[in-house]
Design a protein around this ligand. Structure first.
Ligand SMILES: C[S@@+](CC[C@H](N)C(=O)[O-])C[C@H]1O[C@@H](n2cnc3c(N)ncnc32)[C@H](O)[C@@H]1O
Length: 250
């Protein structure tokens, strides 16, 4: 198991890890920690969530634990089966509809009011690139996110530290940015972007200005980025009470 990145943090990925959680290397390494997943689930409005890239189920389980109905889409059938097993470990499998297939082809078939995107950030070594944008992701979900926000659906996406936040301006003004930490995953620091009409109405400009102005500067080295993110956490937290943020640990 030593070859798996972040193995010693497995109980932070799944607190019930020892109760029969199943995984493969890629699924484990790309899974969001339970605290991050629950954080997203609590901040994404909507009763039925399309979990667009389910992996081994970290986020789908969190959405279900928060009382939502989940449409889980995963292209890898074995990983989808693992996600189903893992949902059973948490006793939430009846709230999740597991679909195996390509999200880009399938999404129109589903009825949902919110969507969560967690695509691959570009594969091995993505963290060493100076800057990532939507075209770095596999698949590129920019077009689909634009479409869904235009349809009035709430959308969240997890983004890596070195993502160029100017890209978000291509979608919709008034997005909200949350910083959080990913336990035990070097370089996997997330900012979680949420576009939700009912939140945006309340505080868009202030939040947008504050968050983007303090976004990571990609010309800085990692230690300096860490300081900047810590600063962003603090500033974002002053905006409205439902934003909970934590210091970032590399
Ligand atoms: C970053 S992982 C998701 C991790 C998950 N959110 C978790 O917390 O456990 C991305 C997943 O998307 C899947 N995937 C890639 N392309 C896809 C597509 N076109 N449609 C559906 N799933 C896809 C991959 O197989 C991979 O398991």
């Amino acid at each position: 198991m030593k070859a798996i990145k972040g193995w010693r943090y497995r109980h932070q990925l799944f607190s019930r890890f020892d109760n029969g959680i199943e995984f493969d290397k890629e699924g484990f390494e790309s899974s969001k920690s339970e605290s991050v997943a629950l954080f997203i689930a609590r901040h994404l409005p909507g009763k039925t969530v399309l979990d667009a890239f389910t992996g081994i189920g970290g986020c789908a389980i969190a959405f279900a634990r928060e009382g939502k109905h989940v449409i889980s889409v995963e292209i890898n059938d074995e990983r989808s089966r693992m996600a189903q097993n893992n949902a059973m470990v948490y006793g939430v499998e009846s709230q999740i509809n597991f679909v195996v297939g390509d999200l880009i082809k399938l999404w129109r078939r589903f009825d949902f009011d919110a969507a969560y995107f967690d695509p691959s950030w570009g594969g091995l070594g993505y963290e060493n690139l100076a800057s990532l944008n939507f075209s770095s992701f596999k698949p590129n979900v920019l077009h689909l996110i634009k479409k869904l926000t235009d349809l009035g659906k709430s959308v969240a996406i997890t983004l890596p530290l070195n993502f160029d936040l100017n890209e978000l301006k291509r979608i919709k003004k008034g997005a909200h940015l949350y910083f959080n930490e990913q336990y035990g995953k070097p370089y996997c620091i997330h900012c979680i972007w949420v576009a939700a009409p009912e939140i945006i109405d309340a505080q868009d400009q202030e939040m947008d200005r504050g968050a983007v102005a303090r976004a990571p500067d990609h010309s800085l080295n990692r230690a300096r980025q860490k300081q900047r993110i810590g600063c962003a956490s603090l500033c974002a937290a002053t905006h409205r009470s439902y934003v909970t943020t934590t210091a970032v640990e590399l």
